[in-house]
Ligand binder design. Sequence first.
Ligand code: SIN
Ligand code: FE2
Length: 227
Amino acid sequence: MTRPRKQSAVPGALGDLLSGLAAPGREAIVEGAVVLRGFALPEADRLAAAVAVVAVAAPFRRMVTPGGYAMSVAMTNCGEAGWVTDRRGYRYQATDPETGRPWPALPEAFRRLAAAAAATAGFAGFVPDACLVNRYAPGAKLSLHQDRNERDYAQPIVSVSLGLPATFLFGGERRSDRPRRIRLEHGDVVVWGGPARMAFHGVEAPVEGEHPLTGSFRINLTFRKAL
Ligand code: SIN
Ligand code: FE2
């Protein structure tokens, strides 16, 4: 596995610090994980419109965990591979189990934004093939988990928040590591990879509210290179 290359001219922790200082709106969480505040704002209208188009072809649904529980977060996918869960387990697959059709293609605006955010975070050359779209109504949450169904853990994760704010939990490599709590607002992007790639993370349920772009929901786009 090759370690992703940092973009900073100065290697190591000093380089991370310098690139952090050089970029306003960039908040390090731990080494390898960063919040890019408002990074997606210029594209937010376009992203939300594309989510609506995706959801016509591949409607939001509450998938079932291998243990038999319906997830509180409603999900759909676009891209070559879509993340699914059912009684048989967690996996990526090329077709939507609800329709039998391939997932809608990854909109070009999605691909561009994900690549730009990854590069800004120090992971140049990120080409996602999967976008999981999560829809959180008040009360919907995602418990602590690792993203581990992807083939190459050298590839980062890019996570874009739209609509209602929520609290993101970002822990360590063990489930028992106490997570940091980070409030994510509309347009914020979190990127994690390298030494932070296997960090446990989760989302607390958003509180009730109304957002001009997403109504009563928080929408999250998670970009991955899955295959
Ligand atoms: C995820 O971990 O798949 C989603 C994270 C989020 O909704 O912010
Ligand atoms: Fe995740």
